[in-house]
Design a protein around this ligand. Structure first.
Ligand SMILES: [Zn+2]
Length: 314
């Protein structure tokens, strides 16, 4: 006889006994009988068909508190960004009230006469490189090519995101840190993240399959160590070391030549060459992984070099 059927029969008998007892027994005896019946039923549930309800979670299932950025689907992340009030229409031909030169809606100082302006759009200041503006020339000491001169064509403002506690339902919100990225001419991208600076030169599109195969297992391993483990991986003939993983939103875009747009929300992986002693310099990979469909950007791999803050002069 199956244990399931046996449990039903026991249950039916107990109910019948209780129903009879209601009519024949005094209340206090009835209560005692009810407890007795309950204890039999409960014991039956524990050992019998109710077993699955008490089965512990299988050990191979990932514990939910390790559900860090890289283990989560980019599409599933719940991001809460504050409303930033933008003027209804921004005039295309803004002029400096002092000298009449063309100015941008975000300018705080006129680039031509130096007078203080009231910007139409109030943007948060990036942690670093806040004074590097579109049109300026920036010199970067490149680990291979020596000092290079670039012109700034476009600027991206990144909002750093975090989770107060891990888990798929916990929203990602701004940390209050903002970082800047610059589209340069000749073609390169200058990126600051926390205390790291990258001059990135090669960009290519990635598919979700590429990311899942080449980077995600290592990003997961790194996330599960709370970004403390030394996680190395092979990619494109080199050995790489996980440096940072996280999530961002593009707060603002300005100028030309940009590969991302305002509102894009993605996660990143930063890695550097795991043997920096070689002559190749501190080679770096920056992987951007966006939510599929709509508000994101193209999943991208940037290759370039990590440089020091003092290597960037403008
Ligand atoms: Zn002016």
């Amino acid at each position: 006889m199956s244990s399931n059927l046996r449990s039903w029969i026991i249950c039916g008998v107990l109910l019948l006994v209780l129903a009879c007892a209601v009519f024949f027994l005094p209340p206090f005896l009835y209560l005692g009988a009810a407890f007795f019946a309950f204890s039999i039923g409960n014991a039956e549930l524990r050992k019998g068909s109710g077993q699955t309800a008490y089965m512990p979670r299988p050990a191979y299932e990932p514990p939910s508190n390790l559900n860090r950025p890289s283990t989560q689907s980019a599409a599933n992340a719940h991001v809460e960004l504050p409303e930033r009030t933008m003027p209804e229409n921004i005039p295309a031909d803004l002029k400096c009230p002092s000298c009449g030169a063309s100015i941008k809606p975000t300018d705080k100082v006129c680039a031509f006469c130096g007078s203080t302006l009231q910007p139409l759009i109030e943007l948060p200041e990036p942690a670093k490189l806040g004074a590097l503006e579109i049109g300026k020339t920036v010199r970067v000491t490149h680990p291979h090519k020596g000092e290079q001169s670039y012109k700034v064509r476009g600027r991206l403002l990144y909002t750093e995101l975090w989770q107060a506690s891990s888990g798929p339902t916990v929203p990602w919100t701004p940390t209050g840190n903002y970082y800047a990225g610059f589209a340069l001419e000749p073609n390169a991208y200058l990126l600051n993240w926390q205390d790291r600076f990258y001059i990135l030169e090669e960009r290519r599109a990635l598919t979700d399959m590429d990311i899942n195969r080449d980077f995600l297992p290592y990003a997961k391993q790194f996330a599960q160590s709370n970004q403390t483990a030394r996680v190395e991986f092979s990619y494109a003939g080199g050995r790489w070391l996980m440096v940072d993983i996280g999530r961002f939103a593009i707060e603002f875009e300005d100028g030309e030549g940009l590969h991302l747009h305002k509102g894009a929300i993605g996660r990143f992986i930063h890695a550097t060459s795991s043997n920096p002693s070689t002559s190749s310099g501190q080679a770096a990979l920056v992987i951007d992984d966006f939510q599929s469909g709509g508000s994101g950007g193209q999943d991208t791999l940037w290759r370039g070099f990590q440089v020091k803050e003092t290597d960037i002069i403008f």
